[in-house]
Design a protein around this ligand. Structure first.
Ligand code: ADP
Ligand code: MG
Length: 320
């Protein structure tokens, strides 16, 4: 069973295609981090999941139930309003801009969510809210109004508000982008703890690859409205499907060197400014040619290099 499944989601604003056939399935308990440059369509995709955005076409299933099948922007699935509301209740969301109620205190902002939405008694809601606000370092700001809080403090209230109702699915859109470096590390740990304790499924948008690599069970990499690759972090790092992924993941980034390969049955020999390198057939993918001469790009991650004063094995390149 999947908690979210999307198939061929497309979204256009006028003549601009912002999402192009995005298909992604998220299993219960996963933390899927959506990453990609600004404007890649990350927020638009996330907003499509909780009905804030209407895809132009494509299908969305929640708990294996088809809730949207859009053609020309119209949903072919007729869903009673009550049923849709019940589905959305199970989702929490933290926006890039925090959307707190300005006339409510930090404590009220957090405790009203479980009271209004889930009918949790006031006393219990308050206890939970106070505990969470303490955990995010705002124990002394319970009675402050949002305008009196810094951006980072407001963001922490927004995070506490989203998790206080223990949603089954938590949608986070760059939730830590307003926090300073130390708080970001603390909040990452806090979200990881939450995930560990409650098993909440999380879909998390960020442009920060450290966040993606440390928080995720899988990373979904977007470029210009397309989902380029989705895989566990190490697989993305070790087996990028193309140069874009190879370049995006890794800091400092990978080095590319142009070369020419002579392919034979046993493998290939590559000539490049790095000298001559050999690769065995077993290390090549099915898609690699069987024979002939092809242009190649060699990717070398900086952390895979070590510096030595002696050329003591076969894999060395002279450098200055
Ligand atoms: P990301 O979150 O990856 O930075 P977005 O999903 O916010 O990207 O936006 C993707 C593209 O869609 C951007 O080029 C943005 O300008 C455009 N876009 C988003 N919302 C709208 C809108 N309501 N009207 C027109 N264009 C939009
Ligand atoms: Mg965004």
């Amino acid at each position: 069973m999947s908690i979210i499944k999307t198939e061929n989601i497309c979204k256009s604003f006028g003549s601009v295609d912002v999402l192009k056939n995005v298909s992604l399935t998220v299993e219960p308990g996963e933390v899927v981090v959506i990453i990609g440059p600004s404007g890649a369509g990350k927020s638009t995709y996330l907003r499509s999941l909780n009905h804030l955005e209407k895809p132009t076409s494509g299908k969305i299933w929640i708990d294996d139930k088809l809730i949207e099948d859009r053609v020309n922007g119209h949903n072919q699935v007729k869903l009673p309003h009550k049923e849709r509301a019940a589905i959305l209740l199970e989702m929490g969301m933290v926006f890039q801009r925090f959307n707190l109620f300005p006339h409510k205190t930090a404590l009220q902002n957090v405790m009203l969510a479980p009271m209004n939405v889930k009918g949790v008694p006031e006393k219990e809601a308050k206890e939970k809210a106070v505990k969470l606000l303490n955990q995010v370092g705002l124990g002394d700001k319970l009675d402050s109004y949002p305008a009196k809080l810094s951006g980072g403090q407001q963001q922490r209230v927004a995070i506490a508000r989203a998790i206080v109702s223990e949603p089954r699915l938590l949608l986070l859109d760059e939730p830590l982008s307003n926090l300073d470096a130390k708080l970001r590390v603390d909040m990452r740990a806090e979200l990881k703890r939450l995930h560990h304790e409650t098993g909440t499924t999380i879909i998390y948008v960020t442009h920060d690859q450290v966040e993606a690599l440390t928080m995720s069970t899988r990373i979904a990499l977007y470029r210009k409205g397309e989902l380029v690759q989705v895989a566990p972090p190490l697989e993305l790092y070790d087996n990028p499907v193309n140069l874009y992924t190879a370049d995006f993941i890794g800091n400092p980034s990978i080095n590319f060197v142009k070369g020419t390969a002579q392919v034979e049955a046993g493998g290939m020999r590559v000539d490049s400014p790095l000298g001559q390198l050999g690769f065995e057939r077993g290390d090549m993918t099915e898609a690699a040619p069987q024979s002939g001469s092809v242009d190649v790009t060699i990717g070398v991650r900086p952390e895979q290099l070590s510096i030595s004063r002696q050329a003591d094995d076969a894999h060395w390149v002279e450098g200055h």
